[in-house]
Design a protein around this ligand. Sequence first.
Ligand code: SAH
Ligand code: SF4
Length: 354
Amino acid sequence: MSEDEADNHELALVSRYDLGRDELEELLSDEPSYRVNQVFDGFYRRLAEPGELTELPRALRDQLEVAPGLAPAFHCVAESVADRGSTVKWLLGTSDGKRIETVLMRYRDRTTVCVSSQAGCAMGCSFCATGDAGFGRQLSSGEIIEQVVVAARRCRSERWGQLGNVVLMGMGEPLANFDAVWPAVVRMNRDLELAARHLTISTVGVVPGIRQLAGKTLQVNLAVSLHAANDLLRDQLVPLNRRYPLGMVMEACEEYRASTGRRISFEWACIEDVNDRPADAFELAALARPLGAHVNLIPLNPTAGGLSRGLRGSARARVLSLQAWLRQAGVNATIRENRGRSISAACGQLAARA
Ligand code: SAH
Ligand code: SF4
């Protein structure tokens, strides 16, 4: 077990994907090593359930099926499909009664799964449905990985090919659960064989977490949810800004870029007359340009909490203008499609409504 994984070891076993190869070896210590390999390959390469491992002797298969912690961590509470079948959202229930959401999106030949890192979120951003719902609990590494496996199995059954990308942009703040998230990312890369450039961590600006990421050798993509380019506005939209104001976030981003050489992206939920005016674009450009950051513009998805605070999404024309202003100011900006709106599967709408 690596140092990164050791951090998370004391967490209870809640998913079979909390077991890496070493732990499987421990669990199956009576079995020859080729059997352990078969089980490992079954779980991680073939994404199989214990009962599907027909190459194993019956007795071992039965043992695996009843072993504590090897049953699926989640049951599917609801599945919704949108965008003519190319967006699938799962509302998943844990055995301790929590609800999380996982969203699989297919765009042309690319598939991306958006996974949750926590049940709920403690950050309380004013425009986010997950934030409105409050914090439930941390997810374990295995629970994070298991969501990816659920999606990868679906890609296979739909004949969409291998799962392409994983973004930690579902429920929760990944860097507030670093001890589970990082080992999960390491094992997605090593055990599920997903390339690091296809893995993205999105953070609202947990500065110590960004610094920790900067020191890692495995270099994943970093997205920082900015939404405001001055502290006055950001304090209102993102309460964590009062603890880690923009200056600190930018310093951490600079450190991340300097030590990894990777481009950061800034997420910007476009809110009508709040952060979508020319002045907002120029302020944002002043932060993004020196960092070489890419900006993703996301029209705000309506949430009850956001609406009660008078926050509405920018009109399409305004989002296009924002993009043009940013480009004029030398910043690369793209508009992110609002996938899954009709099934509340879009960013910030993940609130685990049953
Ligand atoms: N906690 C992390 C990751 C989960 S939120 C973060 O905040 O980055 C994933 C993304 O959805 C973030 O960029 C977040 O700002 C965005 N988001 C949240 N609520 C939204 C909404 N109502 N409309 C559009 N994007 C939203
Ligand atoms: Fe949490 Fe991200 Fe939502 Fe903020 S935007 S409340 S950090 S999930």
